[in-house]
Design a protein around this ligand. Structure first.
Ligand SMILES: Cc1cc2nc3c(=O)[nH]c(=O)nc-3n(C[C@H](O)[C@H](O)[C@H](O)COP(=O)(O)OP(=O)(O)OC[C@H]3O[C@@H](n4cnc5c(N)ncnc54)[C@H](O)[C@@H]3O)c2cc1C
Length: 517
């Protein structure tokens, strides 16, 4: 019997996610399966009774993906902590008062990890010298969910997103059948992808016709003509099944790691410096793990002795692997582009302090937002390399329009993030409904500009249940990028697998759209 809770505290805990923008409606119960078999049992029951099921990780998502807006049951994955059969050595850990287990093959640098493992716990469990590179800022996120959202972080500049590190998956399909698939076993052909479930049933899924761009991307189902089946599930936001276990590739910890936080008077100097570092990295002259940006407004939100009494225009953080003697290209770039001050870290304590300093920004912004009773709207768009500065100019134009329309003290927008991947987050900070209304308009307009430039509307947060207002009409967020027909194609694929439409309805594609098929 799968553990079930329907007390008010549990229902409340699962009624929203970190966005706070979406609320569950008619959530009846939360189920806590402990194994793949229990997930299967639950989904068979849901199909038999026609109950909608919404999958949940730790709830750190900011697009409402885990929120059961259509009622029914929530399926919590946090108790999926026991690893199944695997060829490696077994490791277990007591943490948060719970037992976690996984399998590792040190020589082959591979791990088999249950979906309910938080990323910070995974980090502690891996043998010394090995690590799992995707590093989304939220370390309490669960592994299964981070695969379902193709999460990424600062080091994705060097290591890529979650997708690159997923070797195989165990998935429970929406009808309760299951699948264990390794990369290289099943590939798409002539517009469809076919496979056989554990119960012997054959599935033929019609692939959407769009082609996912080769850039940092967490928007829509991944789709390419000869794609691997594993890639269809990575980033699928729970539409196609519940991930219960992940076969990961690991990396060797690079050593030593060095951190350079360089401050500049102007944005242009900072961007030119970053271009020079990127070029040195691409030429193999520097091993750059992360290349991150902070605008002047971001620096005003942060506190550290290095900032006291200063008013820098921008800063760039470069995380490197290598020896001090190999840093000439970095020194040259700093000198050529007018660095005015810097903070170089090469000891574990200093690197930790620098990391905490950088990670303090989102929380400082959130507490500012709470103090001012305001709302924040953050972009997640990625531009193609050649168009990044054009999108940046559009961000500034939008920010200035906002500032001009609502002149007042306090910040109107801050900009920071993954400059290496041309993926900045612009956070608009509104203080009342009128400001929010304008920002919503600006946001939708910027998303369309990102698409027009060949970019994507989500680099890491996913799409979930987000909508935008376009000329007074509420439009599914993903429609801005794929058009209505693109959404129908995703819906057709989903329905081929989820004939009763029970699992994670409302993510990427609104429920009503299934009636258009
Ligand atoms: C302060 C802050 C910083 C963040 N920084 C980053 C960042 O740097 N990079 C980044 O990528 N994201 C970031 N995020 C977003 C979020 O942390 C990630 O999307 C994360 O992967 C979500 O994990 P979760 O366990 O909280 O999942 P949830 O929010 O619970 O769920 C996310 C989605 O995955 C689905 N899902 C969950 N588990 C499964 C499963 N086992 N099988 C199938 N579907 C499943 C859910 O239905 C939902 O659609 C940030 C969020 C916050 C609040």
């Amino acid at each position: 019997m799968v553990t079930c809770r329907d007390d008010p505290d549990t229902l409340t805990r699962f009624s929203t996610d970190e966005s706070g923008l979406f609320q569950a409606e008619g959530l009846e119960a939360v189920y806590f399966p402990r194994s793949t078999a229990e997930v299967q049992e639950l989904l068979r029951e849901a199909n038999a009774r026609g109950v909608p099921v919404t999958v949940s990780g730790a709830g750190t998502g900011i697009t409402g993906g885990r929120v059961a807006t259509g009622g029914g049951w929530a399926l919590a994955t946090e108790d999926l902590r026991e690893v199944g059969e695997h060829p490696g050595e077994s490791i277990s850990l007591e943490h948060y008062g719970r037992t976690f287990s996984l399998g590792v093959d040190r020589e082959r640098r591979e791990a088999w990890v249950p979906a309910g493992t938080p990323l910070d716990v995974l980090e502690r469990m891996l043998p010394p010298g090995l690590f799992y590179p995707p590093d989304p800022t939220e370390r309490t996120a669960l592994l299964g969910a981070s695969v379902a959202t193709n999460a990424s972080g600062a080091r994705s500049f060097h290591y890529g997103a979650t997708r690159q590190w997923v070797q195989g998956l165990t998935v429970v399909l929406p009808n309760g059948d299951s699948l264990r698939v390794e990369r290289g076993e099943v590939r798409a052909s002539v517009g469809e992808i076919s496979f056989r479930g554990q119960a012997g049933q054959d599935y033929r899924l019609p692939l959407p016709r769009y082609c996912s761009p080769e850039m940092k991307n967490a928007s829509a189902l991944y789709c390419r003509p000869d794609m691997d089946l594993v890639d269809l599930f990575v980033g699928s936001e729970g539409l196609l099944g519940v991930i219960t276990e992940v076969h990961l590739t690991l990396a060797e910890l690079p050593a030593p790691i060095l951190g350079e936080l360089a401050f500049f008077e102007t944005e242009t100097q900072a961007l030119d410096f970053a271009d020079a570092v990127r070029a040195a990295s691409q030429a193999g002259a520097l091993t750059v793990l992360a290349l991150e940006y902070f605008d002047g407004a971001s620096l005003r939100f942060m506190s550290h002795p290095v900032l006291e009494g200063k008013a820098f225009g921008a800063a760039v953080f470069v995380e490197l692997a290598g020896d001090l003697e190999q840093l000439d290209p970095l020194m040259d770039a700093l000198e050529a582009h007018g660095m005015v001050e810097d903070w170089f870290a090469d000891t574990p304590a200093d690197l930790t302090e620098q990391r905490e300093f950088r990670h303090s920004l989102p929380e400082s912004i959130n507490s500012y937002v709470r103090q001012h009773g305001s709302q924040k709207m953050g972009t997640d768009f990625v531009a193609p390399p050649g168009c990044f500065r054009e999108l940046l100019a559009a961000y500034h134009a939008a920010g200035q329009r906002f500032r001009a329309a609502f002149a007042r003290p306090g910040e109107h927008y801050v900009m920071f993030g993954h400059l290496g991947d041309y993926h900045l987050h612009v956070n608009f900070l509104t203080q009342n409904e009128a400001e929010l209304a304008l920002v919503r308009e600006l946001y939708a307009d910027l998303a369309r500009q990102a698409v027009r430039l060949g970019g994507v509307i989500s680099g890491e947060h996913g799409v979930g249940k987000k909508t935008v207002l376009v000329e007074g009409r509420r439009v599914p967020y993903l429609e801005l990028m794929l058009g209505r027909e693109g959404l129908r194609e995703i819906a057709r694929l989903k329905r081929a697998l989820d004939t009763n439409l029970v699992l994670n309805l409302g993510n990427m594609v609104p429920k009503e759209l299934y009636n258009e098929l």
